[in-house]
Every structure is written in structure tokens, then in C-alpha cells.
Design a binder for this molecule. Structure first.
Ligand code: FES
Length: 107
């Protein structure tokens, strides 16, 4: 049972077309979903440079690029891979079940 394991339904797979980003709210926490390379990724929707929403950015090569100053983060680990950001962005576990996207924001 996913909900018992901390997973919450946050969107339908159809809501996040390939190479798109979507901001969702999970119990007040802003989360960005990314559909890249046939997978869904989830991470905090806040750039670690100046807290700009990463959902307003772009996707390329397994990374999300912040629209404000161009910092980039790896989708799988959240690691900052381009300045001006140096701190990683929090990432969350994702499951896709029956066309629904589930995210666990608590360990
Ligand atoms: S706020 Fe994201 S790079 Fe500056």
C-alpha cells in the first residue's frame, strides 16, 4: 500500500508530458515533477541559489536549469552541477502506478 509507505498521489502521468516540468503542492511543500528520459523525477521546487521555482526552468541532458541565473541540477541526485548554485536540491522518491504519479516527501 503506497500511502502507508508515505507515498502521496500528486498528479497523473498525463499531466507531465515528456520533457516538461510541473509544480505540485505536497502538504504545503512545493515539489517540481520532471519527465525526462522516460522517467519521472521529483525535487523541491526551489533553486538553492535564490529560491526561484525550478518548475519555471528548462530540462536538458538529465538536468534542470534554473530560469533566473542558469544554475543546473542533476535530476537523479539533485547535485548542483553549474554555478551559481553550489548546494544540492532535495530529491524525492517517485512511483508511477496505473498512470498516477506518487511521491514520498518523508524518508
Ligand atoms: S535563483 Fe536559480 S540560479 Fe539564481
Amino acid at each position: 500500500m503506497s500511502e502507508a509507505e508515505g507515498f502521496r498521489r500528486v498528479a497523473s502521468l498525463a499531466d507531465v508530458p515528456p520533457n516538461q516540468l510541473l509544480r505540485v503542492d505536497v502538504d504545503g511543500l512545493p515539489v517540481c515533477l520532471a519527465h525526462a528520459d522516460g522517467r519521472i523525477y521529483a525535487f523541491r521546487d526551489s533553486c538553492t541559489h535564490k529560491e526561484f521555482p525550478l518548475s519555471a526552468g528548462t530540462l536538458a541532458d538529465g538536468r534542470v536549469e534554473c530560469a533566473w541565473h542558469g544554475a543546473r541540477f542533476a535530476l537523479d541526485t539533485g547535485r548542483a552541477v553549474r554555478l551559481p548554485a553550489v548546494k544540492p536540491v532535495a530529491t524525492y522518491e517517485v512511483r508511477v502506478e496505473d498512470g498516477e504519479i506518487l511521491v514520498a516527501t518523508t524518508p
